[in-house]
Write a protein that binds this ligand. Structure first.
Ligand code: NAD
Length: 380
């Protein structure tokens, strides 16, 4: 399959996730990095692009310049997809411009900061027929795919309860006051749109929906800013009522906090069905714990015997040779690549703009609920 030529917006020097996307695309092997507008000023943007390996003439000063210049290039060598890894307030405008210019889009989460923008982008993606992925990367882990297959295949019975928590400690103090780049925009309501709910809660929400196949019917949330003077929530607890499936209306608890000392990137989920339980932890992602009503608890290992086709397909290395974050991202990129190239029978499992819209609606519903003292709110 011919490599997909992509341009990146964001992901410049000293940034976090852009380099992870580029590494994941290299690991997947089907992508070619041809241009970018990687930083917030034209000088830095050009310098970042050249440092990341781009030819100087395609290391653009701004994303508007990049979209315009690439649109004018010969179709045989212009970019085909745009990857957006800027702060949250800078997702919607470049995504819209990229769609209007006929490019495919991969955007990091949250899709954007308002439901109105999210729905407009979804409509536009439908109209243009472009592939639009939102990188809920945790759904790319082999053992998460195994968990999904088992739950959807009825191996634990109808789901009754989901516990999902995403806990971090890096914002337990006022890190933004030190000028730390990632903390600065994440705690600025105008740039982030939301705090812990938007930064990590939306990953937890997607993971719960992905593994269970359930949709959220309503939420009741409590959100706090423990660090004095912080303009966004740094901690949230959410009760979830899922829509009924198989005659059961499952319940969930979601915790998203960034003020938990000692917690690094602690995303974990337990799904309790009528007859069994599956449990997965992002910091030990190679295993899945499975229990029944009785009998011994089993630990399934990535690469081991008895796993489903989806988990095997998401695996690159033999068991005991740890894979992780970048590999999971690469699995998402494989799905996106197959969708762009319309490969018959290929793996098309990647989070779409539909998931992005649901994520933004979830964040808004939680913040509405918290503001209203814990009312039940339907995210729509
Ligand atoms: N999926 C994940 O696991 C994951 C992890 C981290 C971050 N994210 C998301 O990725 C996005 C970026 O987060 P980050 O931690 O990498 O942030 P960051 O601050 O490290 O990087 C942001 C980058 O965007 C650049 N930028 C800012 N304005 C720009 C502009 N006008 N034009 C071009 N570039 C511009 C900055 O210079 C920087 O290079 C956020 O939306 C965040 O929520 C996702």
């Amino acid at each position: 399959m011919r490599c997909i030529r992509y341009g990146m917006i964001g992901g410049g020097k000293d940034s976090f996730i852009g380099a992870v996307h580029r590494a994941a695309m290299r690991l997947d092997g089907g992508w070619s990095f041809v241009c970018g507008a990687l930083s917030s000023t034209p000088e830095k943007s050009k310098a970042s692009g050249v440092e990341a390996g781009l030819p100087a003439e395609r290391a653009y000063g701004t994303w508007t310049e990049m979209i315009e210049a690439e649109s004018g290039r010969d179709p045989a060598d212009r970019m085909e997809a745009v990857v957006i890894v800027t702060p949250n307030d800078l997702h919607a405008a470049p995504a819209e411009a990229a769609l209007r210019a006929g490019f495919h889009v991969v955007c990091d989460k949250p899709l954007c900061t308002t439901v109105e923008d999210a729905e407009r982008l979804e409509g536009l993606a439908r109209e243009t027929g472009s592939v639009f992925a939102v990188t809920y990367n945790y759904s790319g882990y082999p053992m998460v795919r195994q968990a999904r297959r088992m739950v959807l295949g009825g191996e634990i019975g109808p789901v009754r309860r989901v516990l999902v928590e995403y806990t971090q400690g890096w914002l337990a103090t006022k890190l933004e006051e030190t000028g730390q780049k990632q903390a600065l925009w994440r705690t600025d309501p105008a740039r982030a749109g939301a705090g812990a709910l938007g930064d990590i809660g939306t990953h937890a929400e997607h993971l719960a929906r992905y593994i269970t196949g359930l949709e959220i019917g309503s939420v009741m949330a409590d959100a706090s800013s423990f660090v004095p003077g912080r303009g966004v929530e740094d901690d949230a607890g959410v009760l979830i009522r899922f829509k009924e499936k198989d005659g059961v209306s499952a319940r969930g608890v979601l915790v998203a906090t960034q003020i938990a000392p000692g917690r690094r990137n602690d995303l974990r989920i337990s799904v309790f069905g009528e007859t069994g339980t599956v449990e997965w932890h992002q910091e030990t992602p190679e295993s899945l714990v499975v229990s029944g009503l009785d009998g011994p608890t089993r630990v399934l290992h990535r690469g081991g015997d008895g796993l489903c086709a989806e988990a095997r397909a998401a695996t690159r290395l033999p068991p005991g040779h740890p894979e992780g974050f970048v590999g999971a991202f690469a699995n998402i990129y494989r799905g996106v690549r197959s969708a762009i190239r319309r490969s018959p029978g290929a793996d098309l499992d990647y989070p779409t703009i539909h998931d992005g819209v649901r994520g933004v609606r979830f964040i808004r519903a939680c913040l509405d609920s918290a503001r209203r003292g814990g009312a039940w709110v339907d995210p729509g």
